[in-house]
Write a protein that binds this ligand. Structure first.
Ligand SMILES: [Zn+2]
Length: 272
């Protein structure tokens, strides 16, 4: 695709994305995944869209949480959704890969199956790639092993804020905050200028690309605003936290969508 065409499709997808964000309460773990996949489908080349319509049973956007839904049936795949990186990790390539699988290894394998596998392998691989690209951009999926990626790092949830978030619990995990609560908190929806700066990457080496994307996610995780690093941790959640981290969440979702589109084109388009 030419840069002009690429830009145009990215801009129109940005408008669609902004419209989506202005609506109802969203959670990364379901609606967020759907959003990543729908935005990606809006950006792929027409022949990629046609190939996927042939291959899949129904729209990709409706199937992007399938990988979470099958965790009970396929417990061996639970570890495919994350990679725990120790504190101060700058490069994800330096993190040892556990034998049971991890998000980088799983994504790499599924990307190649998506391009070269049998028809049934390709069908399943698209669902994996659609989901895992989303997970790779949720910073807590690269969090520390010691707190299970922020799942045991719990913050007090003040009553008033809990009501606004429709969340009854007294405490919430940092993982859940990034999975859904930041997105669920009210916002003015004026994100277009930020989103329009994002372009779908040109892709020649998917393995190198996913490592670079993961390194960028680590940068997001280590931002002082996130308060994830030891010594900077928060006792309680407040609205300032949710508001100040919203741009990062939106940016990560939009990056994920553009990159997923590039991967789908790499696997299904004969043009480049
Ligand atoms: Zn997941």
């Amino acid at each position: 695709m030419s840069m002009g065409l690429l830009k145009k499709s990215v801009f129109s997808a940005a408008a669609a994305f902004t419209a989506l964000l202005c609506g109802s309460a969203q959670a990364w773990w379901e609606d967020g995944h759907q959003k990543v996949c729908e935005l990606a489908m809006a950006q792929v080349q027409p022949e990629t869209g046609a190939a996927l319509a042939n291959l899949l049973e129904g729209p990709l956007g409706n199937q992007c949480s399938w990988a979470d839904d099958i965790k009970g049936k396929r417990p061996d795949t639970r570890s495919w959704h994350y990679l725990n990186a120790p504190p101060d990790t700058r490069r994800i390539s330096a993190v040892p890969r556990p034998e049971g699988g991890d998000i980088i290894s799983a994504l790499s394998e599924q990307i190649y199956l998506m391009k070269q596998g049998s028809t049934s392998q390709r069908r399943e691989a698209v669902l994996w790639v659609g989901h895992l690209v989303g997970d790779l951009h949720q910073p807590l999926h690269l969090g520390y092993a010691g707190d299970l990626g922020g799942n045991t790092y719990r913050l007090q949830l003040p009553d008033e804020l809990g009501k606004k978030l429709q969340e009854k619990r007294d405490t919430v995990s940092m993982h859940a905050i990034w999975d859904g609560l930041i997105l669920r908190y009210e916002n003015d929806g004026s994100l277009a200028p930020l989103l329009e700066t994002i372009e779908a990457p040109s892709l020649t080496n998917p393995d190198a690309a996913i490592l670079a994307w993961a390194d960028q996610t680590l940068t997001v995780l280590n931002d002082p605003k996130v308060h994830y690093r030891h010594g900077t941790r928060l006792q309680a959640l407040d609205s300032y936290y949710l508001i100040s981290n919203r741009p990062a969440v939106d940016l990560q979702i939009y990056r994920a969508a553009a990159r997923l589109a590039a991967l789908l084109d790499w696997a299904f388009s004969t043009k480049s």
